[in-house]
Design a protein around this ligand. Structure first.
Ligand code: ADP
Ligand code: MG
Length: 286
């Protein structure tokens, strides 16, 4: 077998491909099945919300998609790469190459400026100092914060802090923006601001997967995957909005656990600069 390359090929394979994924936990001799044979496919360029009641398996799915966890059984391919074939270091490398994380609580370093927060992931990625600065400025411009480069998190509003964290997630040019309750700590006005930003990023070709409890946040995505009891209970495309859409408009079954969208050629996210992304592993998760 040839060694897996971490580059993948976005024109050939889905970005996310789970087949019959089971994740079981053992607590006090008892087995809890957090995911029960989940199969789903997400293509490059999609904007997806993952919803469902508490305990339904959303976080477990996010951890799986984000390569923070691997299936007990079944397969997960990220950009064509079977995560089960990777050791911990390779998994970390894949994660840092492919995924930008956004969290409910922003997870910014409080004593450093917006610019430094966004530069941080590139320090681990072996990007030159000059290039770090240029790319961080560009990422912050992309989220509308060119005028807040030198501000520390406590000098920024909640919405601005979340925009810094989105800039940080984008700065290594990941294939996937993965957000866990990104508006959970924001008021409705600020939530709207962040939803507009996600919409912009979607139109630019970024692939976005959001876990959310909020109906309005889910409604703004182009596809909602609902989990109940560790299984996909429904999977619906809105189709009514503009932006990248699957070229195949076959209706999707509401209850079928195999929910694949046909392969299609997807747009490439607008690069933040002309340099190719570094494939060096990053030691932290952002
Ligand atoms: P959600 O994010 O939708 O609330 P989770 O994915 O966190 O759901 O959890 C799904 C199920 O798996 C729940 O029954 C939860 O108690 C269980 N679970 C999740 N993580 C663990 C863990 N680390 N150890 C044991 N059980 C877990
Ligand atoms: Mg959860």
């Amino acid at each position: 077998m040839t060694a897996p390359t971490l580059e993948g090929d976005q024109n050939v394979q889905p970005l996310i491909e789970m087949h019959d994924v089971v994740r079981e936990y053992e607590i006090g001799g008892e087995r809890v099945r957090a995911l029960n044979r989940v199969s789903l496919t997400i293509e490059h360029g999609e904007y997806v919300a993952i919803m469902g009641p508490s305990g339904s398996g959303k976080s477990t799915t996010m951890n799986m998609v984000g390569c923070l966890d691997v299936p007990t059984s079944g397969t997960y391919r990220l950009d064509g790469i079977d995560v089960a074939s990777l050791n911990d270091n390779e998994l970390a490398a894949l994660r840092n190459l492919k995924i930008g994380f956004v969290f409910q609580q922003f997870n910014l370093l409080s004593r450093t400026t917006a610019l430094q927060n966004v530069e941080l992931p590139m320090m681990y990625a072996g990007v030159s100092r000059k290039e770090q600065r240029a790319r961080a400025e560009e990422a912050l411009a992309k989220v509308g914060l060119s005028n807040r480069l030198q501000n520390r998190p406590n000098e920024l509003s909640g919405g601005q802090q979340q925009r810094v964290s989105i800039a940080r997630a984008l700065v290594n040019r990941p294939a996937l923006l993965l957000a866990d309750e990104p508006t959970g700590a924001l008021d409705s006005h600020t939530t709207e601001e962040i939803l507009e930003l996600f919409e912009d990023l979607h139109h630019q070709g970024h692939t976005i997967v959001i876990v959310t409890h909020e109906a309005e946040v889910g409604r703004r995505a182009k596809r909602i995957i609902r989990f109940v009891d560790g299984q996909v209970a429904s999977d619906s495309h809105s189709g009514s909005r503009s932006g990248p859409q699957p070229s195949d408009s076959r209706p999707h079954s509401q209850s079928d656990s195999v929910l694949s969208v046909s392969a299609r050629v997807s747009p490439t996210p607008e690069p933040l600069s002309s340099e190719p992304p570094s494939s060096e592993p990053v030691g932290e998760v952002f």
